[in-house]
Design a protein around this ligand. Structure first.
Ligand SMILES: [Zn+2]
Length: 218
């Protein structure tokens, strides 16, 4: 298994593991928004503060993320399944056969169709299920599939990277840095670091002075 495959697997696992969190966050109160409202309020009291485009409510962002991830992962699973998933074993019916061999063939066909490892092209399909199914194919878990070829692995890697990044951003589990447009006492610009669940910090890019949000509000 290559490094890239391992990375794609970690990304798909992350999406599947946090899918429930995403749905819960969809209805969460906007106090989880990042940058935190308290910091924005603080900066606004210091001087005129332009929140630019970072003031969008977090819920819209989360709903957008769920939709976007499903819009790429489900069609990707459809596409990959259409290439690697063996069609259901067909037992001809309706021809009046009642012999034991035909009965067994019909049973085999029904069992093959109901195989839970199969990707279903219809019905309820979620981003979580698509991520799990694609991860299982990268892990070469058994089922009615041929192995992925290099191009298919690359297609999955490409999509998984973007989808995982969106999920991490929506959940606030990736630490980010944004400029605040505010100037430190030394003349450098203050940057805000946070978004990963740990306390946000204001850091000067020149003198490396660092303030927690609590310090800044004091
Ligand atoms: Zn400074």
């Amino acid at each position: 298994m290559t490094t890239n495959t391992t990375t794609a697997l970690a990304q798909l696992d992350l999406i599947a593991a946090h899918w429930t969190d995403l749905h819960q966050l969809r209805t969460a109160r906007p106090h989880d928004a990042w940058p935190p409202a308290s910091l924005q309020a603080y900066l606004r009291t210091v001087e005129e503060y332009d929140p630019s485009d970072r003031s969008a409510p977090v819920r819209l962002h989360v709903i957008d993320t769920i939709r976007t991830v499903e819009l790429v992962l489900i069609p990707l699973a459809d596409h990959i399944a259409s290439r690697i998933q063996r069609p259901v074993i067909n037992a001809a019916t309706g021809k009046g056969w009642s012999d034991d061999l035909h009965r067994q063939a019909a049973l085999l066909s029904a069992r093959d169709s109901a195989d839970p490892t199969r990707w279903q092209y219809t019905g309820t399909r979620t981003g979580q299920h698509a991520a799990q199914w694609l991860a299982a194919r990268l892990r070469q878990q058994p089922g009615p599939f041929r192995p992925l070829n290099l191009r298919e692995v690359e297609e999955i890697q490409h999509i998984a990277a973007g989808a995982a990044e969106r999920v991490e951003h929506a959940l606030g589990i990736r630490r980010r840095t944004v400029g605040t447009g505010h100037i430190c006492g030394c003349g450098g610009e203050l940057f805000l670091e946070g978004g990963d669940g740990r306390p946000p910090t204001l850091v000067c890019d020149a003198c490396a002075r660092s303030l927690t949000l609590a310090d800044a509000a004091a």
